[in-house]
Design a protein around this ligand. Structure first.
Ligand code: HEM
Length: 516
């Protein structure tokens, strides 16, 4: 009963618990409700025969009727899945409702998914949240593998993320980082909310790179960052109907569907506004940006290379959601680890200051020489991958993985967080040791998928160069210009917060003093 209560409390709070319900009310309400669900489920089972039996499935933890293993997920699924994998192995078959889900928790097993059988697992499942929030799944991240996905991904890479484009955004990175440094400098030894500042700087840089201008407050007075947080939270949420279709009415009565519709509409209003502004802008006045290029393709209907208006918006959304929260999360964890390890902070500051010498600004050439900086960032991404579980994939045919039969339609989740902590892959995985990355070119882990915070294979992240350039530049600047410490009496809390990107649960606050 406790498990059931916890599950319902977490997933359907607004539906079952509009106000604080006491224990007696809870039992009165939940027990009959669950009994009816169980009866409905038994009838369904009786009416429809189960699909073909699986001969040699990977090990599975015991499951509950209706829910399958959903109740075992907990608020931070990557952590609960790591604990389950310790018992059931690196390839484990769970069921979320009626959907089979393969959980992959070792580098070796991950390489089977993203390399050996990459094509089999190149599509994403078509979940309701993806379809409703992102133009019927028309963006890159959630679209099925095929010609459309290929075309959209190459457009994003060509016009926003290629090495040449990333270098061309250098001035934007410089301007916005200079503003960040100014704001920190003005805090004059009082505490700085780094979590908020990192969210702002990454959003400003991606908006300027993609739209040519910054957006913070929207037409309806809503803050863009707040809207993006809502969007990311919803994208990381499971809809009951996707996993237990005959219970999809719960999404309606709980208000979940309504929330999806509202956020989708607010996001669409914002993107329409951006498009209108770009259409009215004087061409060439402030240089061509990503949206301008997409709008040209949208207008050119004749050459067969055109894309629809929804596709333009979906692609822009890919850039914003891909390029804001992930980078902000990574920056937050890098600084948290540096504050936790003063010697590593000092080593990094020595490297940066010795490289930059008397100069005021940090150049690309300087960054290339900062090997310890890159190692600190990689070590942070090993311990705190912003996307703890890779975006889900789906098997488009039956396949054998390490001797196990995996059926067509099985959803696959790769637990990057667990792989980064796997003692079979990493020495002292719990220790924060940037040095392990200093000689990585000869290390077999790199070819065996032990470090995959950006995913890998066909569905791997196209924003790695952009993301790393941004993280390196911001961190190098703020450790160059300031010395950092925690506010008096504050103990650093490294607890994680649930969500599509795994932030710190408590915002990172630190005190900066100007380096002399
Ligand atoms: C620290 C920065 C970033 C991290 C850690 C990160 C991480 C990831 C991960 C784990 C995936 C899933 C890969 C897979 O399934 O194998 C992904 C996909 C993706 N990322 Fe990123 N990302 C970052 C930055 C960016 C940026 C800056 C952009 C664009 C501006 C971006 C756009 C995308 C897109 C479009 C996909 C979907 C690729 C596909 O499905 O084919 N990401 N990212």
């Amino acid at each position: 009963m406790n498990i059931i209560k916890a599950f319902f409390q977490e997933q359907y709070q607004s539906f079952l618990f509009p106000t604080k319900m006491n224990e007696i009310q809870l039992h009165l309400f939940v027990f009959p409700a669950f009994l009816s669900l169980f009866l409905l489920w038994s009838i369904k089972r009786w009416l429809y025969k189960p699909k073909k039996a699986n001969k040699n499935s990977p090990p599975s933890p015991p499951k509950l009727p209706i829910l399958g293993n959903i109740h075992q997920l907990g608020p931070l699924p990557h952590q609960s899945l790591q604990s389950l994998a310790a018992k059931y192995g690196p390839l484990m078959l769970l069921h979320f409702g009626r959907v089979p889900v393969l959980i992959v928790s070792s580098a070796d097993a991950a390489s089977e998914i993203v390399k050996t059988h990459d094509l089999t697992f190149a599509s994403r499942p078509e979940f309701k949240v993806f379809k409703k929030l992102v133009y019927d799944g028309k963006n890159i991240t959630f679209s099925p593998y095929g010609e459309y996905w290929r075309k959209m991904k190459s457009m994003l890479v060509l016009h926003l993320l290629s090495t040449t484009r990333v270098q061309s955004f250098r001035t934007i990175r410089e301007d916005e980082t200079a503003l960040l440094v100014k704001k920190i400098g003005e805090s004059s030894a009082s505490s700085v909310d780094l979590t908020r500042m990192f969210a702002e700087v990454t959003n400003d840089v991606i908006c300027r790179s993609a739209f040519g201008t910054k957006y913070s407050v929207l037409g309806n007075g809503k803050n863009l960052l707040k809207l993006l947080v809502e969007l990311m939270e919803l994208l990381g949420t499971m809809s009951v109907g996707d996993f237990i279709p005959w219970l999809s009415w719960i999404d309606r009565v709980s208000g979940f569907d309504e929330k999806l519709d509202r956020v989708a509409k607010e996001v669409d209003d914002f993107l329409e506004y951006v498009i209108q502004q770009r259409l009215q802008a004087v061409k060439g006045k402030d240089g061509e940006n990503f949206v301008d290029v997409l709008l040209e393709l949208y207008n050119e209907n004749a050459d067969g290379n055109s894309i629809g208006r929804d596709s333009v918006k979906a692609l822009v959304l890919d850039a914003i959601e891909g390029g804001t929260d992930t980078i902000a999360t990574a920056l937050e964890w890098v600084m948290a680890e540096l504050l936790r390890h003063p010697t590593i902070m000092e080593n990094l500051q020595n490297e940066v200051r010795e490289t930059v010498k008397e100069k005021e600004d940090i150049s690309d050439d300087d960054l290339q020489k900062m090997h310890y900086l890159k190692a600190v960032i990689k070590e942070t991404l090993r311990c705190h991958p912003p996307t703890a579980l890779l975006a889900p994939r789906i098997a488009h045919e039956d396949v054998k993985i390490k001797g196990y039969d995996i059926l067509k339609g099985t959803v696959v989740m790769v637990n990057v967080w667990a792989i980064g902590r796997d003692p079979l892959c990493w020495d002292d995985p719990q220790m924060f040791k940037p040095e392990r990355f200093l000689n990585h070119s000869t290390d077999p882990k790199w070819s065996s998928f032990g470090w995959i915070p950006f995913g890998a294979g066909r569905r791997g992240c196209p924003g790695m160069t952009y993301g790393m350039a941004m993280i390196e530049f911001v961190i190098a600047n703020i450790v160059h210009k300031f010395n950092w410490k925690l506010p008096n009496g504050v103990v650093l809390d490294m607890t994680e917060r649930p969500g599509l990107a795994t932030h710190k649960a408590i915002p990172l606050v630190a005190v900066a003093s100007k380096a002399t």
